[in-house]
Design a protein around this ligand. Structure first.
Ligand code: FE2
Length: 164
């Protein structure tokens, strides 16, 4: 598996998701990632400090967005709500070693996603599943972009949180 388009959120559902992003924008903080300077983020379900020996604790809990994550990646352990301000991008990287390889992302704006140097033009609402241990990046764009992403943790990093 490199990248698969596994669906597209459309119409009213897409509009509602954009509204959720706007309503929750005030909870975003500057990223911990070295590969995405300028990005704003909110950890979902669990929080990870992205250190080499990571601390993982309960993150922001939200029934609505966790239900979406469950539909797209059943039993997901951790996720991110992301805002890329205009002209920010993600430099080529592999995701943190505590995360299982499969990532599912919801793209809330048109963007060019690059996986193993192959360009993929994603549309607003596209849901993709990709191998986050392959080198991946996004190209900068003129307008801001929201995104959501969900992962499982590798087993040794899973400690139960409320409701699990
Ligand atoms: Fe990544």
């Amino acid at each position: 598996m490199s990248i698969e388009n596994i669906g597209r959120i459309k119409g009213e559902n897409l509009a509602n998701l954009h509204s959720w992003c706007e309503e929750h924008r005030k909870l975003l903080s500057p990223t911990l990632s070295r590969y995405a300077r300028g990005r704003q983020e909110l950890w979902l379900r669990r929080y990870c400090d992205l250190r080499r020996d990571p601390t993982i604790v309960q993150g922001y809990r939200n029934e609505r967005i966790e239900a979406l994550g469950e539909r797209l990646l059943p039993g997901f352990h951790i996720g991110l709500f992301l805002l890329y301000p205009p002209k920010t991008c993600i430099l080529p990287h592999r995701d943190h070693g505590c995360l299982a390889p499969t990532a599912v992302s919801v793209n809330l704006s048109d963007v060019v996603f690059v996986l193993n140097e192959e360009r993929h033009e994603l549309k607003n609402g596209d849901v993709t599943r990709f191998n986050s241990k392959s080198l991946h990046a996004t190209e900068p764009k003129e307008t801001e972009r929201f995104a959501l992403i969900f992962w499982h943790l590798k087993e040794k990093y899973v400690k139960p949180i409320k409701g699990e």
